[in-house]
Design a protein around this ligand. Structure first.
Ligand code: HEM
Length: 410
């Protein structure tokens, strides 16, 4: 991949998202670089555009009037009248003001800094318990860190946020993978069916949980579900409540799993930076943001133009689907000096891993805390770990591993 030659005449072929080159999943960064350098606004065969410049993404995220998040017209032909359609068009992330503003205000109130800070002690206990148990999962001197560590942390953090019984959390990850998987640029009929079934199963489960919580309310200061229920009727309908709970449970899941596994992999591949962090653990906060920039768990977002817009020297028609290439923008040399290099003390670091503007990630402080504790405590316990096997997830929207084997070292 490193041998790609920059051919200005061939820019139309840099990348077709519905048919990406075989090596794109493994290493998308040379393609992103070509996009930025040759065509930061690239037309796709289906009339949509890829946007790869940081400055353009930043301004698009801030302008909800001209760049809509509402996916009803885009998802109708894709999902028809189906559980996936109802879910994805009811969640706040795929709506515009005023609906988005109303739901977001309620959700922000439910995820206060106090509620998040209150989770830190339990999170440290959870992480330390998982770290203690890692050697018991080792076979032939290696273990899969996604299964035994990276996915377990968000699963339990999100479960705690909604105060879900411990023995009911296991299906969450598969539901979330099936529902978010349906957002990939192309999906098979089987993947659509799996997504629909997951929405139905998740809704059934949540209906029972909500009914039970109504009978036995928790502390609204710490239990997000109780807090959301208490605004039901007044501001959130039952459907909005269920679908936004599903979205939040999903949003915090695969993304954070990937943050943790990507971070361990990036540190392994950048031993000098890993050593800096080992020598000086106080840089962990800037390190997590840099790891989020360098290998962003969420690589793609979408917006639809609501009127003809002028963007990067071209005029884009109304109703045009824009693919916001977060992974490309986060290495843009116009904003990041030596953007292709991992620099754990990078500051400022205006990465877009959590997007920006009114839809910026609602869980960003929770995710940062999870990353800080998961990576900081892992390194302190197993400083000599080595990656022994990588199996990439084949998703374009979410960058991560389905399996990442490590040897824990001496
Ligand atoms: C490393 C972990 C995470 C990453 C990289 C991430 C990334 C993102 C991004 C890029 C968006 C914007 C989507 C768009 O508008 O196009 C978003 C929105 C959102 N995220 Fe996260 N997220 C993470 C963790 C979490 C967690 C832990 C939660 C909650 C528990 C969460 C809840 C949300 C919600 C509710 C939204 C919708 C906000 C809105 O539309 O107003 N996320 N996230």
């Amino acid at each position: 991949m490193g041998r790609i030659r920059l051919n200005r005449k061939a820019n139309a072929n840099v990348l077709d998202l519905t048919n990406p080159p075989a090596d794109f999943i493994e290493d998308p960064y040379p393609y992103y670089r070509r996009l930025r350098e040759l065509s930061p606004l690239l037309a796709q065969p289906d009339g949509s555009y890829l946007v790869a410049s940081h400055q353009a993404l930043d301004s698009i995220y801030k302008d909800t009037r001209r760049f809509s998040s509402d996916k009803k017209s885009a998802f109708k032909p894709r999902f028809g009248d189906s559980p996936l359609y109802e879910h994805h068009t009811t969640s706040l992330v795929f709506n515009d003001p005023p609906l988005h503003t109303r739901v977001r205000k309620i959700m922000v109130g439910a995820m206060t800094p106090r509620a998040i800070a209150g989770m830190e002690t339990a999170l440290v206990v959870l992480v330390d318990t998982l770290l203690d148990e890692l050697p018991t999962h080792t076979q032939n001197n290696e273990l899969d860190i996604v299964t035994h560590y990276a996915s377990q942390i968000p699963l339990n953090v999100i479960g705690n946020l909604f105060d879900m019984p411990l023995d009911e959390r296991e299906p969450l990850r598969d539901w979330s993978l099936a529902i978010l998987g349906a957002l990939e640029p192309t999906i098979s009929p089987e993947e659509k069916m799996a997504g629909d079934m997951a929405v139905v199963a998740f809704c059934d489960y949540l209906e029972k949980l909500v009914a039970d919580r109504k009978r036995h309310p928790g502390d609204p200061e710490t239990d997000v579900l109780t807090r959301l229920i208490q605004t039901e009727g007044e501001k959130l309908s039952q459907i909005e409540l269920l679908q936004n709970c599903i979205f939040t449970l999903n949003a915090g899941h695969e993304t954070t799993t990937n943050l943790i596994a990507n971070a361990l992999n990036s540190l392994h591949e950048n031993p000098d930076e890993k050593q800096r962090l080992l020598n000086q653990d106080t840089i962990i906060t800037t390190a997590i943001d840099e790891l989020l920039r360098f290998e962003s768990p969420n690589q793609l977002g979408n917006r639809m133009t609501t009127e003809p817009v002028s963007l990067l020297g071209k005029t884009i028609p109304e109703g045009c689907n824009l693919h916001l290439m977060i992974g490309a923008a986060n290495r843009d040399s116009a904003v990041f000096e030596e953007g292709e290099r991992l620099n754990l003390t990078r500051a400022p670091n205006k990465h877009l891993a959590f997007a920006g503007g009114p839809h910026s990630c609602l869980g960003l402080n929770l995710a940062r805390m999870e990353g800080r504790i998961a990576i900081g405590r892992f390194l302190a316990r197993y400083p000599n770990y080595r990656v022994t096997k990588q199996v990439r997830s084949h998703r374009l929207r979410f960058r991560g591993f389905t399996q990442l084997n490590l040897s824990l070292g001496d």
